[in-house]
Write a protein of this length. Structure first.
Length: 349
């Protein structure tokens, strides 16, 4: 018995010293001290010995068992300490190494929409025109056929700045990008094709409205422009933006700066009107995308253009709304809180 104990001691101590991982050490522990382990098997043989032999053999086997348990514990601590040291070294920043880079970002959904629509309109001959966000009353209202007494001003309650000596009526944060159309007509005259993107401001704040939002308007002024020209232009824009040919419809509406005026709807690009539970159109089958109309003669005059020689059309759309429709965003406020976790938008290439 003593010979067997000594051989097992040498065998398992050697294997414990050579173990490189915690898994190896655990396997050794099971094979030696487990229920079916070799040391345990020796203990089971003690029952067949005489009392004198059993005492001496039992002391020897128990001594081996205790020694191995101690060695397993010491080795386990050594392996853990070594692993911790390796982990600490790997977490240390080596400033001499080449940069590992960072994940490439994507455009914000509104910026993605902005670029897509601009690219489409430039492709059919339009230029981009920009203007100030702090605007004068003349460009924001008066020149657009909205005098001070006009009820349409109630629909665009905005943010005003205090009067100054230079501007006794005070300036305001523009409520639409239409002032850029007036400035473009005064600067360039006719013929003219421009799109006017930018931030606008109104006193709204709910899941579908924000005090600041993004808008894009278009203006075409030329000789003998027809309503059909406007419809064709907008159809090209919508089909290219949503990536497929969509049915459309027009509803009579009212805007002070166009006459006649219409609202444009396109069929739901997600379900085509076939899904009553559609997340995009809510089962209606149609999406309202923009307001449009033939430019009012008074607006042309305010822009320095003779309406007896030229006419044209204009339209306007919310870039935020277009982004919400295309990317399935249900709450406008998500796009302004800066958290990617709240949106399923992954961006374009």
């Amino acid at each position: 018995m003593l010979t067997k104990v000594n051989k097992l001691r040498e065998y398992f101590i050697s294997l414990i010293d050579e173990a490189e991982t915690g898994d190896e050490l655990q396997t050794l522990k099971v094979s030696s001290l487990g229920k079916k382990g070799e040391v345990t098997a020796l203990l089971k043989t003690l029952g067949g010995m005489s009392p004198e032999e059993r005492k001496a053999a039992g002391e020897s086997v128990n001594s081996l068992k205790n020694e191995l348990e101690e060695r397993f514990e010491i080795k386990s601590k050594q392996l853990k300490d070594r692993q911790n040291s390796i982990t600490e070294q790997s977490d240390t920043l080596d400033v001499t190494l080449p940069a590992s880079g960072r994940r490439a970002g994507v455009f914000h959904p509104v910026a993605e929409t902005y670029h897509e629509i601009i690219d489409i309109m430039v492709g059919i001959g339009f230029s981009v025109a920009l203007g100030p966000e702090i605007e004068e009353d003349f460009y924001n209202f008066e020149a657009l056929n909205i005098p001070k007494s006009h009820p349409a001003r109630d629909m665009q309650d905005t943010f005003y700045f205090p009067p100054t000596a230079e501007h006794p009526e005070g300036k305001l944060l523009r409520t639409h990008t239409s002032p850029v159309q007036i400035r473009s007509m005064l600067k360039y005259g006719a013929p003219l094709r421009v799109v006017c993107p930018g931030k606008v401001y109104r006193r709204d704040n709910d899941p579908t409205h924000s005090p600041m939002f993004n808008q894009l308007e278009g203006l075409l002024v030329d000789e003998d422009v027809a309503f059909a020209d406007m419809k064709g232009c907008l159809q090209v824009l919508m089909n290219n933006f949503f990536g497929k040919t969509l049915r459309n419809r027009y509803r009579a509406s009212y805007f002070p700066f166009t006459e006649p005026s219409m609202e444009m709807d396109v069929e739901c690009f997600e379900c085509g009107g076939r899904n009553p539970d559609c997340r995009i159109c809510k089962g209606t089958g149609w999406l309202e995308v923009c307001g449009m109309g033939m430019v009012h003669p008074d607006v042309l005059r305010a822009g320095g253009i003779d309406p007896s020689e030229y006419n044209g059309f204009a339209w306007g759309m919310g870039l935020d709304r277009m982004a919400m429709l295309k990317y399935g965003i249900s709450d406008l406020r998500i796009m302004f809180d800066g958290s990617l976790q709240n949106s399923n938008f992954t961006g374009g290439e």
